[in-house]
Design a protein around this ligand. Structure first.
Ligand code: PLP
Length: 369
């Protein structure tokens, strides 16, 4: 078995060991945060401490944080919870935003991989709306002009929702500076567990609950809280905030991978290279080689990456993000996403470059024959 080189951090990041330990401890304790007795009060205290840590990562007030089952639920709560408004959704969004409502109107993107603000402004002139724009794209890493979009939205009486799932923990995120009215987070992209997330809701936003019942989360999301998960999420946010500078080392390795792959195959397109990107993400295409072939060949060599967007069925399909950027279908079908994180080392990059290079040389020799 070849050594494992995990380069699919945008799909999920490993749980930080400190987080796993804190979660195990929380699991071993009994207590419902809604109970008034001492076990309940201790659980409430742990819940509120985690809420403060999540809020601190994005500069929000603790009372603005609503815990959810992940980024998907946070996105859906935001956009379904603002009833009766026109929905303008960037064409670059994750499926959990793009598929929220059939009547959502797509905001086009530019070929560089960012949303088209001029188009957004024209669309906003059509009446009050909710705009949904992610902070960083999960496939290309392109950082979106959220603060500019929020200014435009507010000038037209619209609200702005920002999916910051891929950005949080990788770059600084400040809800106030972004001007977002609602902001989604997911624990498993930043060293916490899968199945936990949060929606930050600014105080004046009239959000309707999607789930009613016991009145948890100040009536905004009913159901007994996933306390071990939330405790892990809180700690993961604290560690992410403390170690944001790890991003510089990650970026150096990403740039190394980019340079070495581009040297092997100078004609390989690298997407969103002209705009600011997350430090950990590289979207590259091997011309005329389906992404699925690359992903499988790399997997055999121990290197784990993904093809555009992976769907839950495990099937691979062409990236809607690259489509929205106007990348021709044959090129979009050849794009893979390589994403790094805090424990990535140079040997992972060596393994990637060797395996991708070997495939490239083999297929080129075959097509020349
Ligand atoms: N938003 C973005 C940009 C994502 O990349 C993802 C996950 O890949 C999600 C939302 C969904 O988050 P979760 O897996 O926590 O539901």
């Amino acid at each position: 078995m070849p050594r494992a080189a995990y380069l699919d951090w945008n799909a999920t990041a490993p749980v930080r060991p400190e987080v796993a330990a804190a979660m195990a401890e929380a699991l071993a304790r009994c207590g419902n945060p809604s109970s008034v007795h001492r076990f309940g009060r201790a659980a409430r205290q742990a819940l509120e401490a985690a809420r403060a840590e999540v809020a601190a990562l994005i500069g929000a007030a603790p009372g603005e944080i609503v815990f959810t089952s992940g980024g998907t639920e946070a996105n859906q709560l935001a956009l379904r919870g603002l009833k009766g408004r026109r929905l303008l959704v960037s064409a670059l969004e994750h499926d959990s935003v793009r598929q929220v409502a059939p009547e959502a109107e797509p905001i086009p993107a530019t070929p560089t991989g960012v949303v088209d603000l001029a188009a957004l402004e024209r669309m906003l002139a059509g009446g009050a709306a909710v705009v949904s724009l992610m902070l960083a794209n999960n496939e290309t890493g392109a950082i979106q002009p959220v603060a500019d979009a929020a200014r435009l939205a507010h000038a037209h009486g619209a609200l702005l929702h920002c999916d910051a799932v891929q950005a949080a923990g990788k770059i600084p995120v400040a809800i106030g500076a972004l001007g977002a009215d609602l902001l989604s987070l997911s624990a498993h992209k930043l060293g916490g567990p899968q199945g936990v997330g949060a929606l930050a809701v600014r105080d004046a936003v009239p959000l309707a609950a999607r789930q009613t019942g016991g009145g948890q989360e100040r009536g905004r999301r009913a159901g007994t809280e996933n306390l071990p998960g939330i405790v892990g999420f809180g700690l993961a946010c604290r560690i992410a905030a403390e170690r944001l500078e790890e991003g510089a080392g990650v970026e150096r390795l990403r740039d190394l991978a980019e340079r070495r792959l581009a040297a092997l195959a100078p004609e390989a397109p690298i997407y969103a290279r002209e705009v600011p990107r997350l430090p950990n993400t590289l979207s590259i295409g091997m011309p005329n080689v389906p992404a699925s072939t690359q992903v499988m060949a790399l997997d055999l060599a121990g290197v784990m990456v993904s093809a555009g967007a992976a769907c839950s069925s495990g099937k691979l399909r062409r990236s809607a993000v690259l489509d929205a950027m106007g990348v021709p279908p044959e090129a979009a079908e050849s794009a893979i996403r390589i994403s790094l994180g805090w424990s990535t080392v140079e040997a992972d990059i060596d393994q990637l470059v060797d395996a991708w290079g070997a495939l490239y040389v083999r297929l080129r020799a075959r097509s020349a024959a």
